[in-house]
Design a protein around this ligand. Structure first.
Ligand SMILES: NC(=O)c1ccc[n+]([C@@H]2O[C@H](COP(=O)([O-])OP(=O)(O)OC[C@H]3O[C@@H](n4cnc5c(N)ncnc54)[C@H](O)[C@@H]3O)[C@@H](O)[C@H]2O)c1
Length: 445
């Protein structure tokens, strides 16, 4: 049986692993397989990334260059822009982007491009796993027919499964090896082989009965976050209107030991997952005549937060008899979350765009992001690129308002609160003591 053949190869570490797409998801995964004794090839369309890997250099914060160099040196990890060696791989995992079109519909063209390369090189004995986040049905409605067009048959010749990725960039506590993995195959044999493969590199594998369940589970996880963050954001705006401290309210509610899980407001949601993934679910639901209202509402609330932040800045300046037009506004942090360099869908970009539209002179400081350009498909807004400025006392003193958009750990917040006049803190980055000692006026979300 094909399943037993593949499992035997995995057991003996003779299985050659191919990872398509070496980004935030694919690179840590490739390093993990290599680290656990598997000969691993990464397939990338970006030549610079492939070159960096082969030279032992990392471009992802959570993966060290030394880990890559060690695996490359041991001959267990390499990267290729030529896809023909896919034919040599026994297990192939697809980790390519799944963005949205401008119409907010799923764009699975990267998955299709990767699947085309697999199809050209498909042979008997391969296990193929899709990890890219996508709508339920992609694996068995889209990929399976493509692969069967070769004349090869599922279960008889190859196996096919979906296993969502849950990596949380910048989270030192949970990384690939200790995040439980959900696996669902198009057939039982596919589930079993894929689960066995992941059991080599992660501590817990949870098998489900189909690829669709695994696809839907991933979308539930991220929709759950989007909806709950939306609730927290709505609460923040409600509390602002009522003059109540949102953060104190959440802290108090969170003392309940059951039935409550704290979520926190912020300047808006960002990154490659939370703002996008729920749309994959609502799009698929619409195909079946189902209108998922929670998803639409969460998006509406979350996407209004940058506008709310600009209102807070404008209100703060107004109290100083100043206008946004001509005000010098400094953003602290532009990455979508703390301690990462990712600006994809970051609310900071929308805030910058809105401030510029009102005539503010905008600059930013972010130790992780040297430059932001506004012409990237992943970013919102338009206008000239900005470079991170140095966080000098002069700059803090001369800013009319400082907005803490991302609460990076390395920032000296005591210095910030002692040097500037007005701070809008969207992350509750300034604790009670800092707020008490601050000479700056502080407006919190
Ligand atoms: N970043 C996260 O935290 C995260 C977490 C969970 C799930 N995901 C999902 O994982 C998938 C990948 O996300 P990511 O953040 O790693 O994206 P990424 O943009 O960091 O990496 C994707 C890589 O794929 C490469 N690529 C694109 N098309 C290719 C092709 N046809 N062949 C080979 N390589 C190709 C790109 O050059 C890039 O290096 C997405 O579906 C995403 O939603 C991401």
């Amino acid at each position: 049986m094909i399943k037993d053949e593949i499992i035997n190869l995995i057991r003996d570490k003779r299985a050659h692993i191919g990872i398509i797409g070496l980004g935030y998801v694919g690179l840590p995964l490739a390093v993990e397989f290599a680290h656990n004794g598997f000969s691993t090839t990464g397939f990338e369309v970006d030549e610079a990334k492939a070159k960096a890997i082969n030279e032992g250099r990392s471009y992802i914060g959570d993966v060290s260059s030394s880990a890559i160099a060690e695996m490359v040196g041991a001959g267990r990890l390499s990267a290729s822009t030529d896809f023909s060696p896919l034919a040599k791989c026994d297990a192939i995992i697809i980790c390519v982007p799944t963005p949205l079109r401008k119409t907010k519909e799923p764009d699975i063209t990267y998955i299709l491009a990767a699947a085309e390369e697999i199809k050209k090189n498909l042979r008997r004995g391969q296990l193929i796993i899709l990890e890219s986040t996508t709508y339920p049905g992609t694996t068995d409605e889209v990929l399976l027919p493509m692969f069967e067009e070769t004349g090869l048959k599922l279960d008889e010749d190859f196996l096919l499964a979906f296993s969502p990725e849950r990596v949380d960039p910048g989270n030192p506590q949970f990384q690939t090896h200790n995040i439980p993995k959900v696996v669902g195959g198009c057939t039982d044999d596919s589930t079993e082989a894929a689960a066995y493969l992941y059991s080599q590199i992660v501590s817990h594998v949870h098998s489900v009965t189909s690829a669709r369940v695994a696809e839907a589970a991933k979308l539930l996880e991220n929709t759950f976050r989007a909806v709950n963050i939306g609730m927290a954001n709505e609460m923040a705006r409600l509390c602002y209107a009522l003059g109540i401290d949102t953060w104190e309210v959440i802290r108090a509610a969170a003392t309940k030991p059951f039935g409550f899980m704290p979520f926190y407001p912020g300047p808006g949601i960002g990154g490659h997952c939370i703002p996008l993934d729920p749309h994959y679910l609502s799009w698929k639901a619409r195909q079946h005549g189902f209108d998922s209202r929670f998803i639409g509402l969460a998006e509406e609330v979350n996407s209004r937060m940058p506008e709310h932040v600009v209102t807070l800045v404008s209100d703060g300046l107004n109290d100083d008899r100043k206008a946004l037009n001509g005000a010098r506004v400094l953003l602290l942090g532009v990455a979508y979350k703390k301690d990462v360099n990712d600006v994809r869908e970051s609310p900071a970009l929308s805030i910058i765009d809105r401030l510029r539209a009102k005539g503010a002179e905008v600059s930013y400081h972010d130790p992780f992001v040297r430059e932001v350009s506004f012409d990237d498909a992943h970013t919102e807004g338009s206008g000239a690129p900005l470079q991170s400025v140095e966080l000098t006392d002069d700059r803090l003193k001369n800013s009319d308002c400082v907005i803490i958009v991302t609460d990076h750990s390395g920032i000296d917040y005591a210095r910030v609160t002692s040097q500037c006049k007005l701070i809008v803190d969207t992350r509750n980055a300034l604790n009670g003591e800092l707020r008490r000692k601050a000479s700056a006026r502080i407006i919190r979300l």
